[in-house]
Design a protein around this ligand. Structure first.
Ligand code: BGC
Length: 923
């Protein structure tokens, strides 16, 4: 087996995939399988294990993959119905796994299932005492899951299989190999005859997932995973269901009541399995629960308890800590996860003393309307704040301070003063909890809307231009500390600064093949100053280097959240960081730390949980792993991406409170505690402003409030809109992106940064005064500071060398004589139907640029080829330009004095050619 350049990573992946397994039910100890069992495996997923979801976050080229059968081979004492397996193998040969031809977003969300007839199940039941049924689902980018059979619901073929198996077997277990929570309410329906005794979610466990699942099924690893999401009885009970997937305005009417915050406060009876639930093959009891070690102001304390393994086998246990805050005027959910830890594996009878930090300062409520008298502050209203240790959000044991509530405040505590930012402009009503004598009731209130004049806010904070140093500064001087980043940036020209704001990709030849982008050293000029090309690769669950290089595939994020083991996740990403270093990848495009607002979001598998604290803790653990190895992650997608439907255009309409307490909280923790270095914004708008050009997000909240000093990048080919006014989408308004302090546009085509081949408005905005050099410099400082801290700063920066061509034609054939930087009109007539003979009068190195346009739309791929002296010299590659002329850099050529022939061949939907320009450059 090829375990890749960092073999330890594989073992950690296997451990993580095993610890991620959540045992939902286990009546009659159906699991673990033992030597006296013979087990029948039903469902093709036993052979076609889903190791990941689809899209950019799933695409890792692995050297091998595993399914549960591979895993079970290591446990020969477990007997399997081989005859049944042969039937499946033959059927799969005729009905192979459908990957949608490998096309983007085309893989189906489920696979066709083999019909199981009575004779097959009856024969199997005669020889086996247990049956395990495998149900698989995938999901991915650019496509939401659906409330339909084959996605959230079972297909009729699956139901038929389950019914037939349950008819013949009394002891049946279900294994969910899924990227997302799906409907599980069917398990008690009459067609199962009450025979489903066990249910386990193994999620999508990466390339070692099959082995890890086998470890759990046979009890080598005792399950300790817990649900990072509530499993409800019905999708329609989800408070976001009404608005999810609206293509235009997605109203977050449920406000902060997401997942268990909603169900545990208002709708306990709608829950099938609560957040945090997860059984073990053993049992655990708590004793001696107490709060201790209060620190200054009583805002921090430690919850302590003793956990005893009261069962017959060894196992580890997750202790969760929940805060039950005073409901106050603002209204708060009944419980909020405030801490967790996992014990070591405890032998039967063994005890563990557990301590969990209870840091209530992280749990202020954000007053976005001023009801407490402290608008735009994080507050704790007067009252009792009880703390519970729990085996789930439902199964709770109070941890008191000598018999009284863990925390209590007799007046309003102001934890943090912020600024109104990103507030909605659209009126809508939101849900609010109101305390009653016996619990909570649902109330509604008008969402506070924006009172900020954004243009004024931006204008008042335009930075001061950096002074020009009186010498040329090389980037090495920044890295070795002899010059500051500001001095380095102060020397850059307007066009160099504009270049820095443009990332290039994908598969850029300056870095590891198949990776997603570079930024930094995107032009010869910048490279001559020592700016390296920073290599960015997807992410998040392994390195995606397209078809070129193999890498290790980690379990998906939801699985990692289910481990509730941040130490393990830290270790996992530390070793992934070592693999990044091996492949010369500086930034992983991940992790994804958005919130699971609704089970049908296609990208939930790339995100952790419905809970922001769990997500934030995992983000900090990942950042620690990256930081120790010197690489970084682009923590994405900030923020509020909760649907893939219309992801480039939808406006997520969210209260400021929900943004801060739910959708931005993990980012805030990652910045303030995890000290992350880079953030990727999302595709969507939030309250009318695209996140890629959102000043309140990238400047006011992230930098001014949180103190973020890293770099912000857009998502790939993002839209922007006017930074001051919002409004219509644009593909070229990079001014708004720069002004918002979203530092780098990802991505323009390769070699397109220098000539501004996408035709963005950065430089024209400097000329018309709507953008200042100082703002470009401010972003450049963020970019250079990050680049100088990454492994790329240690790599030699090699300026690409010129391709040499010898003159070939006769002087008499000359059509034009070339002058540096002059434009010569060209057309199909001159360079496609005929050959253009140019004369180079001065020997040197020339950048050959061509002005083109295409009437195709912005994301269409257009391609032609330039030949010099009938030798292929370079591709003329662009997206559709909507008819506008764009200058493309084609090749850097070393040319002697003399005559050269130029010819263009059109390859893919045609370009209109406008001009040819040769620019003499330093070699
Ligand atoms: C995704 C990002 C990803 C990028 C580069 C985009 O489509 O939304 O998450 O990192 O592509 O592949």
């Amino acid at each position: 087996m090829n375990y890749g350049p960092v073999p330890e990573l594989i073992n950690i992946c296997r451990q993580a995939a095993a610890e991620a397994c959540v045992l939902l039910e286990n009546r009659n100890n159906l699991l673990p399988l033992t030597g006296s069992d013979k087990v029948a495996l039903f469902g093709r997923i036993a052979l076609n294990y889903y190791r990941t979801g689809t899209g950019s976050g799933g695409n890792v080229k692995v050297s091998y993959e595993t399914n549960v059968l591979d895993g079970l081979k290591a446990y020969p004492h477990i007997k399997i119905d081989e005859e049944l397996l042969d039937i499946y193998k033959k059927w799969i040969e005729k009905n192979p796994f459908d990957n949608g031809n490998g096309m983007w977003a085309s893989e189906p969300l489920h696979q066709a299932e083999m019909p199981v007839d009575d004779s097959v199940a009856a024969r199997s039941a005669r020889t086996c005492n247990k049956a395990l049924i495998f149900i698989g689902r995938t999901s991915g980018e650019d496509k939401d899951n659906l409330d339909e059979p084959g996605s959230y619901r079972l297909t009729s073929e699956e139901k038929q299989m389950i019914q037939t198996v349950c008819k013949h077997f009394e002891h049946v277990g279900v294994i969910y190999n899924v990227s997302n929570v799906m409907d599980m309410s069917w398990m008690t329906e009459s067609f199962t005859y009450g025979h489903i005794e066990s249910a386990l979610i193994c999620w999508q466990g990466g390339q070692e997932g099959g082995n890890a699942l086998a470890d759990v099924l046979v009890g080598k690893v005792n399950p300790s995973g817990c649900l990072p999401d509530t499993v409800s009885k019905s999708l329609s009970s989800n408070p976001a269901d009404k608005n999810h997937a609206d293509p235009i305005f997605d109203l977050f009417e449920e406000d902060i009541y997401v997942g268990y915050r909603y169900y545990e406060t208002f709708k306990k009876d709608q829950v099938l399995y609560p957040f945090g639930h997860g059984l073990s093959y053993t049992s655990f009891e708590y004793s001696d629960l107490r709060m201790e070690d209060y620190s200054y102001d009583n805002l921090k304390a430690k919850a302590r308890l003793t956990v005893t393994n009261t069962g017959a086998v060894a196992g580890a246990h997750v202790v969760q800590l929940y805060l039950s805050p005073a409901c106050g005027l603002l209204g708060r959910p009944s419980v909020e996860l405030m801490g967790f830890t996992k014990t070591k594996v405890l032998a039967p009878g063994e005890k563990a003393d557990v301590t969990i930090d209870a840091d209530i300062s992280l749990f202020g409520a954000y007053d976005d309307g001023g009801i407490t008298g402290r608008k735009s502050c994080y507050v704790l209203e007067a009252g009792e704040y009880r703390v519970f240790a729990g085996k789930s959000a439902r199964d709770l044991y109070e941890v008191t301070n000598n018999g009284v509530a863990a925390f209590s405040f007799d007046k309003l505590e102001v934890l943090e003063t912020a600024h109104e930012a990103m507030a909605p402009v659209r009126d809508f009503m939101r849900l609010k909890a109101k305390a009653t004598d016996d619990g909570y009731e649902m109330a509604y209130e008008k969402v506070p809307t924006s009172t900020v004049d954004l243009a004024d806010r931006i204008n008042k904070a335009i930075p001061v231009e950096l002074p020009k140093p009186n010498r040329r500064i090389h980037m090495n001087e920044v890295t070795d500390g002899t010059a500051t980043v500001e001095e380095f940036v102060g020397q850059l020209t307007q066009s160099q600064l504009a270049c820095l704001a443009r990332g290039e990709g994908m598969s850029n030849s300056k870095v590891t093949p198949g990776t997603a982008a570079i930024f930094g050293g995107v032009s010869d000029e910048l490279m001559r100053l020592g700016v390296p090309a920073v290599c960015c690769s997807d992410g998040p669950s392994g390195l995606n280097m397209e078809k070129s290089l193999k890498a290790t595939q980690l379990p998906v994020a939801t699985a990692l959240a289910a481990t509730f083991n941040s130490q393990l996740i830290y270790k996992l990403y530390k070793y992934l960081a070592k693999e990044m270093r091996y492949y010369k990848v500086d930034i992983l495009l991940g992790p994804g730390i958005n919130i699971h607002r609704h089970p049908l979001c296609g990208r939930n598998f790339e995100y952790y949980s419905e809970d922001p604290f769990l997500t934030g803790v995992m983000a900090c653990a990942i950042s620690k792993g990256f930081t120790e190895e010197g690489v970084a992650g682009a923590f994405k997608h900030a923020c509020a991406n909760s649907q893939e439907k219309a992801r480039h255009t939808v406006d997520e309409v969210v209260s400021e409170r929900a943004l801060r307490e739910i959708y931005l909280k993990a980012f805030k923790m990652a910045v303030k505690i995890g000290k992350i270095k880079s953030i990727m914004t999302s595709y969507n708008k939030v309250n009318g402003h695209y996140t890629s050009s959102n000043y309140d997000l990238a400047t006011v909240i992230m930098r001014d409030e949180w103190g973020f000093d890293g770099m912000v990048m857009t998502d790939w080919w993002s839209r922007t809109n006017n930074v001051e006014l919002g409004g219509e989408k644009s593909f070229t308004d990079f001014r708004s992106m720069v002004r918002s302090q979203n530092d780098v546009y990802m991505v323009v085509n390769n070699n397109a940064a220098f000539t501004n081949a996408k035709g963005d408005n950065i430089e024209e905005s400097v000329v018309d005064g709507s953008l200042t050099i100082a703002e470009l410099q401010r972003n450049a400082v963020n970019i250079i500071r990050l680049a100088s801290s990454l492994p790329c700063a240690e790599r030699e920066v090699v300026v690409p060398s010129a391709v040499t061509f010898a003159p070939s034609g006769e002087k008499s054939k000359k059509d034009i004589a070339i002058k540096d930087k002059e434009c010569y009109s060209i057309s199909d007539e001159t360079v496609v139907k005929n050959v253009l003979n140019i004369e180079i009068e001065e020997k040197g190195t020339y950048m050959i640029n061509i002005g083109v346009s295409s009437t195709d739309w912005e994301l269409a791929q257009v391609l032609s080829t330039l030949f010099i002296n009938e030798t292929r010299a370079g591709d003329i590659q662009t997206n559709g330009t909507g008819g506008k002329v764009r200058e493309l850099y084609i090749v850097k050529a070393a040319l002697d004095e003399g005559i050269y022939s130029l010819r263009v061949e059109h390859v893919r939907p045609r370009l209109d050619l406008h001009y040819l320009k040769l620019i003499k450059v330093e070699e």
